[in-house]
Design a protein around this ligand. Structure first.
Ligand SMILES: Nc1ncnc2c1ncn2[C@@H]1O[C@H](COP(=O)(O)OP(=O)(O)OP(=O)(O)O)[C@@H](O)[C@H]1O
Ligand SMILES: [Mg+2]
Length: 465
């Protein structure tokens, strides 16, 4: 149902138009002035506004300008005196969608209104589709729209607005660092630095100075050099360098027990003492920590301090492994194809259906990182615009994860020379599965009668499908 507002300070005009449009199925709102109509817009779902140009008080042009400024989604049609082409052009310039000349022929006006309403709904549709596309791409730099990733995005949204400490867990390559960056980018600290430290990569003796700095003249335990400097100058730690921003502590499970109380103190009291110094320095960072170890188990085994564990466990975002992300595999692959095709300056645009199917069936122990590497290699190798099964590593080519999608195109793999009957069998089973194993529906979809389908299934020994 299309709702139309008509504005004219001549009562008879308004009534005439309203009557004519009502007869043609429109829902009408009638107004004697622009101000009244504008006031009524928020309360009603207006699709199109029809306004006279010359009115006492607010002119039709002003109505146009107001609507364009406040509600650009509502098209305005202006009524202009016959022959006053200049005025009509002026109205269009002011943002009117269309004009109709007076004396008004209701049929012509109805056509213009219908067209305007259609334009409006198309614009709404385009906007909606854009939103859908934006949502399926993922969040920020993160790719993936699976339910498992939607949960991650929700948590990212929730924590981004706060300064709370976040713990990211997940298998290697699931995107812990990528998520940490996304949290930073979405937070009010985004203009500040993002500093990343891998606790497992910095020698134990140096980590304290690395994190909290080193006072002038202090020597770092273990004869520090390189990483922490010689101590003569004194230098700020990463927590200080990241002031106003975010510190990402990767592999926090590898932090020495002896250093853990100091980190706890830095988080709780927001200050820390540089190595060899007396004065404390203030700390203004958000901490995002990550690990692929089981911290709870480590706490039980007294390998990780319980108090620190609770402190960093305030908000926990578990990252799902790629094998739990369904169709994200294909989205991620497409994303990496685009990236590496640009890097190699090669015209590769996607994956063949069979290649995509094999990737879905593989279980990706190295997760997103492994997937990225696999695509990089495939883009480098392939001689086609679409990556083929042969461009994939052996273990993916031959993957047949039980329970994984059997693949819509599994009967058409050019590398598999199947008999027609085998292609038929696979296709029938697939359709059956798509129909929740309802044989009547499947038969209908396959264009077979039920008896024929039964006979085929019997021959193939597909009895429980
Ligand atoms: N959802 C995603 N969308 C796009 N790229 C991603 C996504 N997740 C991870 N990546 C990319 O995959 C690679 C590995 O991710 P990252 O280094 O964040 O994983 P990690 O969990 O920190 O791994 P590790 O445990 O080995 O340190 C990076 O290049 C990252 O940019
Ligand atoms: Mg990492």
């Amino acid at each position: 149902m299309t709702t139309v507002f008509v504005i004219d300070d001549e009562r008879e005009m308004v009534d005439l138009i309203a009557l004519g449009l009502k007869k043609r199925g429109f829902t009408m709102g009638t107004f004697g002035s622009g101000a009244e109509a504008l006031a009524a817009i928020p309360a009603r779902d207006v699709d199109v506004i029809v306004t006279d140009l010359n009115m006492k008080g607010m002119t039709g042009l002003e109505v146009c300008q107001k609507v364009v400024a406040d509600r650009p989604d509502i098209p305005v049609i202006v009524l202009t005196a016959f022959g006053s082409f200049e005025t009509a052009v002026g109205a269009i310039r002011a943002g009117a969608y269309d004009f109709v000349t007076k004396p008004v022929e209701v049929e012509a006006l109805a056509i213009a209104v219908r067209r305007a309403a259609e334009h409006r709904s198309l614009r709404g549709e385009v906007r909606r589709l854009r939103e859908v596309v934006a949502n399926t791409r993922g969040r920020g730099d993160l790719i993936g729209a699976s339910p498992a990733m939607q949960q991650v995005y929700e948590l990212i949204d929730q924590v981004s607005a706060t300064d709370a400490t976040v713990l990211l867990t997940g298998e290697s390559g699931t995107g812990k660092e990528a998520v940490a960056r996304e949290i930073h980018n979405r937070s009010r600290r985004s203009a500040g630095p993002f500093v990343s430290v891998n606790c497992a990569a910095v020698p134990e003796a140096l980590l304290e100075a690395e994190l909290f700095g080193q006072a002038k003249g202090a020597a770092v335990a273990g004869g520090a050099n390189g990483g922490a400097g010689d101590g003569k100058q004194g230098r700020p730690g990463l927590f200080q360098q990241a002031a106003g921003g975010t510190v990402f502590l990767d592999e926090i499970g590898d932090m020495a027990l002896a250093l853990q109380p100091k980190l706890l103190r830095a988080l709780q009291e927001r200050k820390a003492r540089p190595v060899g110094g007396d004065a404390e320095v203030p700390i203004d960072v958000r901490l995002v920590a990550a690990t692929n170890r089981d911290l709870e188990e480590m706490v039980e085994a007294k390998l990780f301090r319980e108090d620190l564990y609770y402190r960093i466990h305030v908000i926990h975002i578990p990252l799902p492994p790629v094998r739990a992300r369904g169709g994200d595999v294909v989205q991620l692959a497409q994303h990496f194809v685009k990236h590496h095709a640009a890097v190699f300056d090669k015209k590769v645009t996607g994956l063949s259906a069979v290649a995509a199917e094999r990737m879905m069936a593989y279980d990706w122990p190295g997760n997103v990182r492994e997937l990225g590497n696999c695509i990089e290699r495939a883009v480098a190798l392939t001689r086609f615009e679409e990556i083929q099964v042969d461009d994939l590593p052996e273990k993916i080519r031959t993957s047949r994860r039980p329970g994984a999608m059997s693949g819509p195109m599994s009967g058409t793999d050019i590398t598999e020379l199947l008999t027609l009957e085998e292609v038929e069998r696979r296709h029938v089973v697939r359709v059956l599965e798509a129909c929740d194993r309802n044989r009547t529906d499947a038969a209908k979809m396959l264009g077979l009668d039920r008896k024929t389908l039964y006979r085929k299934l019997l021959r193939w020994g597909v009895t429980d499908a």
